[in-house]
Ligand binder design. Sequence first.
Ligand SMILES: Nc1ncnc2c1ncn2[C@@H]1O[C@H](COP(=O)(O)OP(=O)(O)OP(=O)(O)O)[C@@H](O)[C@H]1O
Length: 508
Amino acid sequence: MSELNSDALLNAQWARIRGRLRAEYGEATFRSWLKPLTLAGRRGGDLRVAVPSRFMRDWVTTHYGDRIKALWSTENPEIRSVEVIVDSACKTSSPEEAGGEDALVEAEDAGQPAPTMAVASLAVASGAASNLGRVVSIASGAAPAFAGNTALATPQVMLRDEIDGFDDVSAPLDPRLTFDNFVVGKSNELAHAAAYRVAEAETVPFNPLFLYGGVGLGKTHLMHAIAWHIRRRKPHKRVIYLSAEKFMYQFIRALRNKSTMAFKEQFRSVDVLMVDDVQFIIGKESTQEEFFHTFNALADQNRQVILSADKSPSDLEGLEERMRSRLGWGLVADIHPTTYELRLGILQSRAEQSGVEIPVKVLEFLAHRIASNVRELEGALTRITAHATLVGRPVTLESAQELLKDLLRANDRRVSIEEIQRRVAEHFNIKLADMQSPRRARTVARPRQIAMYLAKQLTTRSLPEIGRKFGGRDHTTVMHAVKKVEELCAGDSSFAEDVDLLKRMLEG
Ligand SMILES: Nc1ncnc2c1ncn2[C@@H]1O[C@H](COP(=O)(O)OP(=O)(O)OP(=O)(O)O)[C@@H](O)[C@H]1O
């Protein structure tokens, strides 16, 4: 029997695969569908895993079979096929199973419809599975005669994170957020290169790596990608990824349970700590303090810390000075707003993954019109592909425009106040600085009022925010300007035409 055939080794490999499945599909899906799986036996390259009911067998085979097979092939190249079989005895092998799952199994075995709660988990499971889009399939055909293997059916070797309770702390990773799926362009190349370097490096290249940028531009994606990369290449490393909010929640819970020592121990013993959206804990004094100590302790031991925020350390208001300077010691990499080329690249890659044929014209149109953030861009594409799949008609520019009317309108309106001021100043041939100056001459004051009116119409900024952008004026001044322009438009058609022209120009 080769090394790869020993039962102990198989159990250890199975434990690692279970850890992967848990990380990829998330805790809820894992508990419902994957945790009850047990190793039932193997013969040569053919392996059997058992589930407690026929229903579960079908479900697991359809939704997770390919992935389980692929993970086995990676762990143990000798395994050529994996078959899911029914063994009602394994119902008792996971005593801690949630009541919802037991209810499902029993209902199914009795030939009854599954309870509502179980139906909900079906939906979750199917969504998670379809995201993976794996192609490796479980080998079918006549099942070989298997020698039952009681050693394999005994309790699993526990993964390090199961023992340590790390899964309580670290957030599940989204299987889609990998380096392979991240499209690199001018606006994110530095952040991407830095993230990749950290993920690859044997020694800590910079500490911390601080990623920052606006909403939906890929910070979380890069953090998940680092975590996946390290998990795959260096599975022995302890990696924790969590949001700053969860860090705070864990800390408060530790305070309440008087278990702060355990909390410290847990966070300070990791190899890589990633905290997303750190702006969240700013101003939350004790959490911020604890976070700072955690960070220092890890940095002192040369452990990698990766942080993300919506602003750079120097722009994070309310951050203590010592912390600001400490966070700036490593590499601060920003992600700029997307360029047209990057948006088009992301759309092309997503469209390919979706398998729905979308004309380039439509993708170009979306890349041009939805410039706000990648999340919205993806949302638009999902809407188009879902619609095309449901109605079974090919996607056209017209159908996309019709389908995305509301989103396009909202994006059209997202012009900046600075852009409005510039265009209006050019149109009336006044200086841009006059938009903010105290000058009251009508030649200056009227265009300024028009710009304020357009800012109200075309942006989502509040009156005080608009006032601030116009030389620190009060919100009542903006209100007055809006009213004045409306009155003038109502009484003077050439004035109204002028304003309308500017508006259309700004809307692009
Ligand atoms: N360069 C990119 N290539 C591919 N997908 C991207 C890219 N940038 C962002 N995305 C996708 O856009 C969506 C939003 O990205 P993500 O959640 O990482 O943003 P974020 O910067 O963390 O936003 P927030 O500040 O809201 O947390 C995700 O689905 C992500 O996969």
